[in-house]
Write a protein that binds this ligand. Structure first.
Ligand SMILES: C[S@@+](CC[C@H](N)C(=O)[O-])C[C@H]1O[C@@H](n2cnc3c(N)ncnc32)[C@H](O)[C@@H]1O
Length: 310
C-alpha cells in the first residue's frame, strides 16, 4: 500500500509504540516483528521501512489503524507469518496460513544436505554415463511445500514429488508449487498418507527427504504460536517417544528408494541416538549419518539403501 498524501501519523512513533506492546506480550523479537508488519502493510522490505523511519515518513490515519490492528493480533500470539501470509525459506518466499505448518530455519539445513546428495549423484552418473541423468526426489509430509519447492527451485534437473495427508496443507503446497520461479523443476503433489504412497507409485526414487511430525506425546510446545496455530497433525509423531511417524518415514523411504538411494529425515535432538540405532541395525541400510543444524544440534539422520550384493 502506498503512503497517502496528507498522511498524519509518524511511522517512527507507531513503531515505538508497537515495539512496547509486543515486548509487553513477550514476543521474542518485538522491533523486528513491528518492522516486518509495517513492511507488509507498506509493501516494503524491512530495510526500506528503516529508511522510511530515518526520513520521517508519515502514514495516513487509515494505514496507522490497519498497522495497529496487525500489532494487536501479533500481541495475541498469532504467528507473524499468518499475518503477513508469507514465510521465507531458502531462496523462496512461501505462501502460508492456517492449516499448514510454518517452515523452520533448521529444515533449510536438511534441504542443503539433500541438494548436496543430488549434486553428487548427478556428477557420478554424468561421469559414468556421459549424459544428464534423470534424478528424482520425494518430500514426505510436505506441509506448505517448503522442502519440495526448495529442491525444485535449486535443483531444476530433478523431478520432484511431494506427499501430504492434510487437504488444507496440500492446498498451500499447490499454491506454492504453482508460483515457483521460472526454470524450477515441476512438482507433482500427491494427497495421501505417506505410509500408503509406496503402493501408489511404480517408479523408484533417488532421494527421499522428510520433516515428519516427531514431537513426543509429553512434550507439548510451550510457544503459543506453535501450540495454538501449527496443525496437530504436523506436530505429534505418535507414541510416547514421538518416533512412530519417523519410523514410518524410514519404512516408506526403504520401499521408495532404488538400491543406492539416499534418505534424510529431520527429528528432535533427543531422538538422534534412537534413530541412528534404528538405521544402523536395519540390514537393508548403510552409511548412516547424523547431521547437525545451524546451532550444532543433531537434528537429522540420513542413510543409504544397500546395493544388491552379487
Ligand atoms: C512437521 S510438518 C513439516 C511440513 C514441511 N515439510 C516443512 O518442513 O515445513 C509435517 C507434515 O507432515 C504431514 N503429515 C502428518 N502425517 C502424515 C501422513 N501420515 N502422511 C502424509 N503427511 C503427513 C503434516 O500434515 C505436516 O504437513
Amino acid at each position: 500500500m502506498a503512503e497517502q498524501p496528507g498522511a498524519s501519523v509518524e511511522l517512527s512513533g507507531l513503531l515505538e509504540a508497537a515495539t512496547a506492546q509486543l515486548t509487553e506480550a513477550s514476543i521474542p523479537s518485538p522491533r523486528v516483528d513491528a518492522e516486518l508488519l509495517a513492511g507488509h502493510l507498506l509493501n516494503a522490505s524491512r530495510g526500506e521501512v528503516q529508511t522510511k523511519v530515518l526520513t520521517g515518513a508519515q502514514l495516513s490515519e487509515e494505514q496507522a489503524e490497519r498497522f495497529n490492528t496487525l500489532v494487536a493480533e501479533r500481541a495475541q500470539r498469532i504467528p507473524l507469518q499468518h499475518l503477513t501470509g508469507t514465510a521465507p525459506f531458502r531462496t523462496l518466499e512461501l505462501r502460508v496460513g492456517p492449516g499448514a505448518f510454518i517452515p523452520r530455519p533448521e529444515t533449510e539445513t536438511v534441504v542443503e544436505a539433500a541438494l548436496e546428495r543430488l549434486r553428487q549423484m548427478r556428477s557420478a552418473q554424468m561421469e559414468t554415463a556421459g549424459v544428464e541423468p534423470r534424478l528424482n526426489a520425494v518430500d514426505l509430509g510436505t506441509g506448505s511445500g517448503a522442502i519440495a519447492a526448495a529442491l525444485a527451485a535449486e535443483f531444476p534437473q530433478a523431478e520432484i514429488h511431494a506427499v501430504e495427508l492434510s487437504e488444507e496443507a496440500a492446498a498451500w503446497a499447490e499454491l506454492n508449487f504453482q508460483n515457483l520461479p521460472s526454470g524450477s523443476a515441476p512438482v507433482r503433489l500427491h494427497q495421501c498418507d505417506l505410509r500408503e504412497f509406496p503402493k501408489q507409485v511404480s517408479e523408484e526414487f533417488d532421494v527421499v527427504v522428510s520433516n515428519p511430525p516427531y514431537i513426543p506425546e509429553d512434550m507439548v510446545p510451550t510457544e503459543r504460536e506453535v501450540r495454538d496455530h501449527d496443525p496437530e497433525l504436523a506436530l505429534y509423531g505418535g507414541g510416547r517417544d514421538g518416533l512412530e511417524m519417523p519410523r514410518a518415514v524410514i519404512e516408506a523411504a526403504k520401499a521408495l528408494l532404488r538400491p543406492g538411494g539416499w534418505f534424510i529425515l529431520e527429528h528432535a535432538e533427543v531422538q538422534a541416538e534412537a534413530l541412528r540405532e534404528i538405521c544402523e541395525t536395519d540390514p537393508s541400510l548403510t552409511d548412516v549419518e547424523t547431521h547437525q543444524d545451524l546451532s550444532g544440534r543433531p537434528r537429522s539422520t540420513s542413510a543409504v539403501v544397500k546395493e544388491y550384493s552379487a
